[in-house]
Design a protein around this ligand. Structure first.
Ligand code: GUN
Length: 285
């Protein structure tokens, strides 16, 4: 039976640490860290994620402002909102909740976010820094996964790390971070030939396909570490991309869903907000 990688409890440790850092920063600078979240439209999943982010900010002593805008907003109007937040010196972090409606060009809007307020690490400058091996602001989900691996002393160096999924939010930055830790990295995706055989060579398998229960024990090498990034609602139950009951019989370590990667994403978002704060307020940039 695999050992459970408890992202929930690690996330609470990190959030406690952030809370203590926030208190000290307010005392030192007289300025409260402030995250602005832009929520376009009324996608229920996005609304629920944003609520989670608001609650986590409040508990850590970080101000959060949610800018709710109509789904029919024009791109010009949305860019104006981003510009206003870029120029607002009381705002340290800006997050555009994804996905946004199809008539808007998400790449273009993200590019408009000041790179030093980019808590998601999605702007071209931050992507380039990570890809070139000098990470500054790193996407929260892959960052959270590295934190879990380190917490449980799971070696990355020299290990075969297989990432299933090539998204800008998880797959690609995950591969860059694992490479930086000297892992041997393979990225697989929906067009990969014999995904099952590829996955089975992994010492560390990160599954981020968004396909409920797609990976079962036949994809997993005995003793491998399995990281499940999926969150889907199936018959009112939250499930991951990994069929947990079969996977845990062969894996060495495994993240549960819920309680694995999800809570770490939020904890890392709070940390990234402080990274922005420190570079903006303390370095007076
Ligand atoms: N939607 C799903 N995951 C994320 C994320 O990490 N950041 C943002 N901004 N939107 C998301």
């Amino acid at each position: 039976m695999a050992q459970l990688l408890d992202g929930k409890s690690l996330s609470l440790e990190i959030r406690e640490d952030v809370k203590n850092r926030v208190e000290k920063l307010i005392h030192k600078n007289g300025i409260t860290p402030h995250l602005a979240v832009i929520l376009v439209g009324d996608n229920p999943a996005s609304q629920s994620y944003v609520k989670g982010k608001e609650t986590a900010c409040r508990k850590a002593g970080i101000i959060s402002t949610v800018v709710k805008v109509d789904a029919l907003i024009s791109e010009v109007e949305l860019l104006k909102i981003v510009d206003d937040l870029n120029n607002d010196t009381s705002v340290h972090g800006i997050l555009l909740q994804l996905p946004i409606p199809k008539h808007l060009n998400a790449e273009n809007v993200i590019e408009h976010i000041r790179s030093d307020k980019d808590v998601d690490g999605f702007t071209p400058k931050n992507v380039a820094l990570l890809t070139n091996g000098f990470p500054h602001l790193v996407p929260c989900t892959p960052l959270g996964i590295i934190r879990i691996l380190k917490k449980y002393h799971i070696p990355i160096e020299g290990q075969h790390c297989v990432v299933i999924g090539r998204s800008q939010i998880v797959g690609k930055p995950m591969a860059s971070l694992l490479l930086r830790e000297n892992g041997t990295v393979t990225i697989c995706h929906s067009r990969t030939k014999d995904l099952q055989a590829m996955a089975k060579t992994a010492d560390i398998l990160v599954v981020a396909m968004g396909k409920p229960k797609m990976v079962n024990s036949s994809y997993i090498k005995t003793g491998a570490t399995v990281i499940d990034v999926g969150i889907s609602r199936v018959d009112d139950v939250i499930v991951g991309d990994v069929e947990f009951e079969s996977a845990e019989k062969v894996a060495g370590f495994i993240t549960p869903v819920p309680g694995g990667v999800g809570p770490m994403t939020i904890a890392c978002l709070l940390e990234n907000t402080l990274t922005c704060y420190e570079s903006l307020v303390e370095n007076k940039r």
